[in-house]
Design a protein around this ligand. Structure first.
Ligand code: FES
Length: 159
């Protein structure tokens, strides 16, 4: 059962964009930004409030890659595995990060909810390959060692 504060926040987002069906995307974007994911109960609630069928709201939310139904960590690390990064050895970088965080191909978020690791097919910074982003900030010319250092620095910020 979702905490009532989530529904109050959703009401605030709905008030911001207006109680109409065309507000569905900006409201979902604000929910995603606030909580780093879209709880299913909240999707149902918002769809109802905006007069959108739940199935339609669900298909909108699944269409946009930025929306997630799984809780994500505070730091979302996207490791590029596009061609330019792959040939410059992105795979060992991903493996090192996953090992450091106790993750694998099916477990994407660390138990402490600090890190979510995803792969993407290009970050648009091929000249800086291999790259990764942390919450959309690009980190160029990565190595497994630099990636581990980055994680340790982020952990240090939390201590
Ligand atoms: S392939 Fe990695 S940034 Fe383009």
């Amino acid at each position: 059962m979702l905490d009532p504060s989530y529904f109050a926040a959703a009401d605030g987002f709905i008030a911001r964009y207006g109680k109409k069906s065309s507000s569905i995307i900006p409201v979902l974007e604000d929910i995603q930004e606030e909580y780093r994911y879209i709880p299913r109960e909240l999707l149902t609630y918002v769809a109802d409030q905006l007069g959108v069928k739940e199935s339609k709201a669900y298909s909108i939310a699944t269409f946009y890659k930025n929306f997630s139904f799984e809780p994500k960590g505070k730091y979302v690390i996207k490791v590029c595995d596009g061609t330019a990064c792959h040939v410059r050895h992105s795979a060992p970088i991903l493996a090192a990060i996953q090992k450091e965080l106790g993750l694998d191909g099916s477990k994407h978020t660390s138990d402490d909810m600090l890190f979510t690791v995803e792969t993407v097919s290009c970050l648009g910074a091929c000249g800086l390959a291999p790259t990764l982003t942390v919450n959309d900030e690009v980190h160029p010319k990565m190595t497994p060692e630099k990636a581990i250092g980055l994680i340790q620095d982020l952990r240090g910020d939390e201590a």
